[in-house]
Design a protein around this ligand. Sequence first.
Ligand code: NAD
Ligand code: GLY
Length: 375
Amino acid sequence: MNIASSPASVGRVDPHTVRIDLGARSYDIRIGSGLLDDAASWHVPAGGSAAVVVTNETVGPLYAERLTRVLEQRFSRVLIVALPDGEAHKDWTSLNRIFDRLLAEGCDRKTVLYALGGGVIGDMTGFAAACYMRGVPFVQIPTTLLAQVDSSVGGKTAINHPLGKNMIGAFYQPRLVVADLDVLDTLPDRELSAGLAEVIKYGPIADADFLAWIEANLDALLARDKAALAHAVKRSCEIKAWVVGQDERESGLRAILNFGHTFGHAIEAGLGYGEWLHGEAVGCGMVMASELSARLGLMPAGFVDRMRRLVERARLPVQGPAQLSAPRYLELMRIDKKAEAGAIRFVVIEGLGRAGVRTAPDELVADVIEAHTAA
Ligand code: NAD
Ligand code: GLY
């Protein structure tokens, strides 16, 4: 695919803006260092009566005070809602805690919500913003690599249901995304790797050169080199912006962003949310989806090895959990959002930098799973 790219910064991190082009719902993604304290980054809808920072018990103590200081320059009232941390809390109970606070504090429809955290906080805050008084503005301040390259962008918001991940939600775009690369300094290594899974995804589905760039720069990314991270975030956002700009509500093309996710969501739901990180499940899922692409004759066998090596180098699992059988995957995958009339639809690679969506016989899918499952 030919998606415009601007040159990577070398050795320093220039602030950069990627635009999501969605007509009246267009917005900027600001990427760079020191943005959290840079009041000029916080252009938000005028006339907001209160700002509500939604965060969690881990990220709040690290960054909420700094954000509050900046927001106090713009809003007469700044409130903080700190939810329990973790995928297991991406549920109705946490969502209601946001609504309880908004209502108890008399927040009106000009209230602006700020999602300060990873994808869990971003998805829940976005859903709360979509529902509260039938919609209030919200801003994404992603603090994980995964959230900076994927979940904060594109307006998918949701909570989990015990029967399926992200099954209850809405498409609702933020007004602004502020990705401060400096907050990644405190991210645990395991979470950094989980974010790399979503970075890797953009290569095979949309940009063969970016895949090669990731392979060449993976060590720098793991070492948190700022220039490398800046390029990874910028290029990922450019690709996501291009896809979302054409298919905001996933009537077709946007499904390619779910490469590896059909297998991955089954791992997450099958083990219980939080056991494997989302990015870990996606990493392993991409190996399985690459194998499926090869078995369907779309890609050479060498592609599977290439993807497996890269995922492994990113310190992500490449084998599914032993306790999850192929029939259990199939059962779980039938309630994937891409499934139609019970038929599971998989994102496959149809050529380097080009993805499509296909069905496959259950026996073939079971073989693929078994080939990449721990004994
Ligand atoms: P997460 O939100 O659970 O964050 C990971 C962990 O890192 C948490 O413990 C969090 O408290 C901690 N953390 C966050 N920022 C930190 C920082 N700067 N320093 C120290 N610790 C920090 O997980 P995630 O990987 O960011 O997001 C995963 C979620 O995103 C899943 O629920 C997934 O379904 C969702 N997702 C959504 C989309 C979308 O398009 N909406 C896309 C991909 C993933
Ligand atoms: N993360 C998949 C999407 O935004 O569509």
